[in-house]
Write a protein that binds this ligand. Structure first.
Ligand code: ZN
Length: 314
């Protein structure tokens, strides 16, 4: 993803969390382990360090995800959405991978992360530990959680989407971005699925040690409110909303089609590099495992588990 705004940090407001709240770890109890998400992230980047379109690593990444959902494949709850897309670097085959955990009432909550790395960065050692890998691992761990704790409310679908990053060298402009989500949003619109989607929540860049999740301004207001609520429920409010800004990300094609969306993203990543006009670790070979922490991934996992509960209760 990237900001289309060159980094206008629109408001810079800090919510100071109450210390008492920070001690609460309600959602983590019996939930998803941040340590496990970190371990899965390491495994993922070991197996598929460079996952750009058309690369062997991209195929290895798909296999890694598939290998973690054998029970869902056996049940027919794993869907591969394959398509071709024209890009500035030519035509590529792309695959969205969808895992379904059926719930008890009509409606679907979609949790999404892109799993590939940037094609224009193919010649440097860019592994996207924070940008793509850790949220892929987060979704896998959430899948393991929903396998053990089947949704009692809405169905939960995981969407591992492809081709989020720009393929050409001009950044995410026009149609050179969000290939996978644009494809699946159109498909789900055509087959009637989208009418059942109660919320689509994107996970992006949620593992940095100093992570603070943005108040992402394209997101739907009631979902941002629920994110704040989830912060309180889990004692993680201090990890939320230091920055408020709009970000081009995987939620936009769904927003355009009227789906309630939430982009859970921490765009700040390292010191700001004014020469590059970006944060120092973003889209560079510095986006490596040593930048991540189990604690940040714990916070992210707790928030996602709680968000699903809160949407169910709404
Ligand atoms: Zn990116």
């Amino acid at each position: 993803m990237r900001g289309r705004w060159g980094l206008q940090v629109v408001g810079c407001w800090l919510l100071v969390a109450g210390c008492a709240g920070a001690q609460k770890r309600a959602a983590a109890a019996g939930g998803v382990s941040g340590k496990e998400v970190l371990r899965l992230t390491q495994e993922y980047v070991d197996v598929a360090p460079k996952r750009y379109l058309g690369s062997p690593g991209h195929a290895a990444a798909e296999k890694f995800i598939r290998d973690h959902f054998q029970p869902e494949i056996a049940k027919g709850n794993f869907v591969t959405d394959s398509f071709y897309a024209k890009t500035p670097a030519g035509q590529f085959g792309m695959d969205n991978l969808i895992v379904k955990f059926p719930g008890k009432k009509d409606g679907i909550i979609v949790l999404a992360s892109h799993y590939e790395t940037n094609y224009p960065l193919k010649d440097i050692h860019f592994i996207g530990a924070n940008d793509g890998a850790c949220t892929t691992a987060l979704l896998i761990a959430l899948g393991q959680y929903y396998r053990e704790h089947p949704p009692q409310g809405y169905s939960v679908w995981l969407l591992f989407d492809d081709g989020e990053e720009a393929v050409g060298n001009n950044g995410m402009v026009g149609s050179d971005q969000l290939y996978g989500v644009r494809h699946i949003a159109a498909k789900w619109s055509g087959d009637g699925t989208l009418a059942h989607v109660k919320a689509l929540i994107v996970a992006d860049m949620l593992g940095w040690k100093e992570m603070n999740i943005d108040h992402e301004d394209y997101s739907t207001a009631w979902l941002l409110d629920l994110l704040a609520r989830a912060g309180k429920d889990t004692g993680h409010s201090s990890y939320l909303f230091r920055h408020a800004l709009p970000i081009d990300d995987d939620h936009l094609p769904f927003k355009e089609r009227g789906v309630p969306v939430l982009d859970v993203i921490a765009y700040e990543y390292g010191p700001y590099d004014s020469a590059r006009g970006d944060y120092a670790f973003h889209h560079t070979d510095k986006d490596t495992m040593d930048k991540l922490s189990a604690q940040s991934l714990q916070v992210s996992a707790d928030l996602f588990v709680d968000l699903v509960k809160l949407i169910d209760q709404r």
